[in-house]
Design a protein around this ligand. Structure first.
Ligand code: SF4
Length: 464
C-alpha cells in the first residue's frame, strides 16, 4: 500500500479520541530528557571526534537572537522583551566569544551548509550588528556556495531595505510571523500587525531574491473565530508564500508566563479550534499547497516538497529541513545543537550564559549522549515524521536488531492504532494512513521509550 505523502484525511472522531498531549519530535530523545551530567567536556570530546576517519557530517548553525521590543502573549519562545538596544550590542560580543571558542575545535572540515537565525526577533539587531555576526561566522566557517541561510522576520520590526541588506549578507530564505490578520485576535495577543506591513515585507523579500518565503499562522488563539480565520486565510493565500506553517496554540500558562495574560474565556472551544484547523487545511490544500507533515505546508515546487518526494526530508529543531543529516552547532542563549550521537543545550539564562563565556568555557548547560536504543528509535520516529512510513527491514539492517522481537510491545500498541485506521502494518512496512497523518505524533509516541517508561505528558501541548 502506498499513499502519496501529501494525502490527508481529516477524521474529527479520531482527532477527538487521540487529542492527547505529546512532543513535536524536533529531536529524539526530546529536550526534557537532557541531563546536566553532559556539559562542556562532553561537547569538546564529541567535537574532537567529529572528523574521525576523515569523514565529517556537514555543519549547520543555529543562532539564537532572543530580544523582542514587545511580548506576544501566546509566545513560548525563549525571549527577552526590552526596548534597550544596548542589550544586543553586548550579546553579539558574547556570540563572538562563543564562536572563537568553537572555531579551534572544528578541525579542517568546517563547511557551513545551512544557517538559521531564530529568536526572539533577529531583526532587533542593527545592520552593523547583523553584519558583525556574519563576518564572525565567515571567520569561523567556510561558507558553502549553495548554503541555505534562513532568518525569522517580524514584519513589524523591519526597516525598509533590511531584507535587501540581509540578502546581501547571504540570507536566501525568510520566515515571516503573521499568526492571524484579525484585529480582535491581534489585540488579544498583543501583536498588532497591519496587513500592509506584512504585504510590504513579502514584497521586499521577493524583490531581494529570497528563494523561499514562509508565513507562520497560529490557530486556537483567543478571540479567533471560523469567519475571522477564513478571512485571514484569504489574505494569506493571496500573498502566495512558498511555505506556510500552521501551528496549534498550546495554552500552558504554568510554563509560559506571557500566556497568563490570555483570558481562558477568550479561547475558542476545542470544537471551534478543530473546525478552524479543518477549514485551514482544506483551504490551503485546495489552493495547491501540499501537506508536508506536522504543521507544515509547501508549494509543489518548493525545496521542502521536493526533498520529501525524494525521501531526503529531515526533521530538526526548526521543524523540517532539506539539508542532509548534519551536525548542528547552536550559538547563543538556550540554543540546542547536535554533534555525532549527542545533543546539547546552552544555558537558558543570559547571566549564566555570559558567566560561562567570561571564564573561557563553552556555555553548555546540559545534553545527552544517545544510547544505541535512542538511535534506533530516533531513526524510526524521524522516518514517521518525515515520510509517514518506516521500512522494518532497513531499520533491522542499519541497527542490527530483530525488529519484531525488539519492538514487540510497541507493535502490540500499534495494532490498536491500526484498528482505528491510523496506521497499517504490512509485511515489511509501517505506514501512516492519510487519516493518521494529522496524528502522526501519537504514532511516534508509541516508540518513545521515555514516554513508555513514565507517563510524563502533562507538560506537552495537545496533538491538535
Ligand atoms: S512571538 Fe516572536 S516576536 Fe512575539 S514575543 Fe515571541 S519571539 Fe518575540
Amino acid at each position: 500500500m502506498h499513499y502519496p505523502a501529501s494525502d490527508l484525511v481529516i477524521d474529527p472522531v479520531l482527532i477527538r479520541k487521540y487529542d492527547t498531549a505529546g512532543p513535536r519530535y524536533t529531536s529524539y530523545p526530546t529536550a526534557d530528557r537532557f541531563v546536566e551530567a553532559f556539559g562542556e567536556p562532553e561537547l569538546r570530546h564529541w567535537l574532537a571526534k567529529r572528523n574521525v576517519g576523515g569523514f565529517a557530517l556537514p555543519l549547520s548553525v543555529y543562532m539564537h537572537l532572543p530580544f523582542c521590543d514587545t511580548v506576544c502573549y501566546y509566545c513560548a519562545c525563549n525571549k527577552i522583551a526590552t526596548r534597550d538596544h544596548g542589550k544586543s550590542a553586548k550579546y553579539i560580543k558574547y556570540l563572538e566569544k562563543e564562536m572563537a571558542l568553537i572555531g579551534p575545535l572544528l578541525g579542517e572540515e568546517r563547511e557551513l551548509g545551512s544557517l538559521h537565525w531564530g529568536g526572539g526577533t533577529p531583526t532587533f539587531l542593527s545592520r552593523e550588528e547583523m553584519g558583525f555576526l556574519v563576518e564572525n561566522l565567515k571567520k569561523t566557517f567556510t561558507w558553502a556556495r549553495n548554503a541555505e541561510c534562513s532568518i525569522e522576520i517580524d514584519p513589524r520590526r523591519l526597516a525598509p531595505g533590511t531584507l535587501a541588506f540581509l540578502a546581501g549578507l547571504g540570507f536566501n530564505r525568510v520566515s515571516l510571523g503573521v499568526q492571524d490578520f484579525d484585529p480582535q485576535v491581534q489585540k488579544a495577543v498583543n501583536r498588532i500587525q497591519s496587513e500592509e506591513v506584512t504585504r510590504q515585507a513579502m514584497a521586499e523579500a521577493r524583490a531581494s531574491g529570497m528563494s523561499s518565503v514562509n508565513l507562520d499562522l497560529i490557530y486556537g488563539l483567543p478571540k479567533q473565530t471560523l469567519d475571522g480565520f477564513s478571512r485571514t486565510l484569504d489574505k494569506v493565500i493571496a500573498l502566495d508564500p512558498d511555505r506556510i506553517a500552521l501551528y496549534s496554540y498550546a495554552h500552558l500558562p504554568k510554563l509560559f508566563m506571557p500566556q497568563r495574560r490570555i483570558a481562558e474565556a477568550d479561547l475558542p472551544s476545542p470544537e471551534t479550534k478543530l473546525q478552524i484547523m479543518t477549514l485551514a487545511i482544506g483551504r490551503l490544500t485546495r489552493a495547491g499547497y501540499l501537506y508536508i507533515g506536522m504543521d507544515h505546508f509547501a508549494k509543489p515546487g518548493d525545496a521542502l516538497a521536493t526533498a520529501q518526494s525524494q525521501g531526503r526530508l529531515q526533521r530538526d529543531f526548526q521543524g523540517y529541513s532539506t539539508q542532509p543529516e548534519c551536525n548542528t552547532l547552536g550559538f547563543g542563549v538556550s540554543a540546542i545543537g547536535r554533534v555525532g550521537p549527542t545533543y546539547y543545550q546552552n544555558f537558558k539564562d543570559l547571566d549564566a550564559y555570559y558567566a560561562a563565556l567570561d571564564s573561557g568555557r563553552l556555555p553548555v548547560a546540559r545534553g545527552l549522549e544517545l544510547s544505541a536504543d535512542d538511535l534506533v528509535r530516533r531513526t524510526l520516529i524521524q522516518s514517521l515524521m518525515c515520510h509517514f512510513r518506516v521500512s522494518i527491514e532497513s531499520i533491522e539492517l542499519a541497527h542490527l536488531i530483530d525488529f519484531r522481537a525488539y519492538f514487540a510491545a510497541e507493535l502490540a500498541d500499534l495494532r490498536r492504532l491500526a484498528g482505528d485506521g491510523l496506521v497499517e502494518i504490512d509485511g515489511d512496512w509501517i505506514v501512516v494512513t492519510p487519516k493518521g497523518r494529522l496524528l502522526v505524533r501519537v504514532i511516534a509516541m508509541v516508540f518513545d521509550r521515555y514516554l513508555r517508561a513514565r507517563e510524563a505528558r502533562a507538560s506537552y501541548s495537545k496533538v491538535i
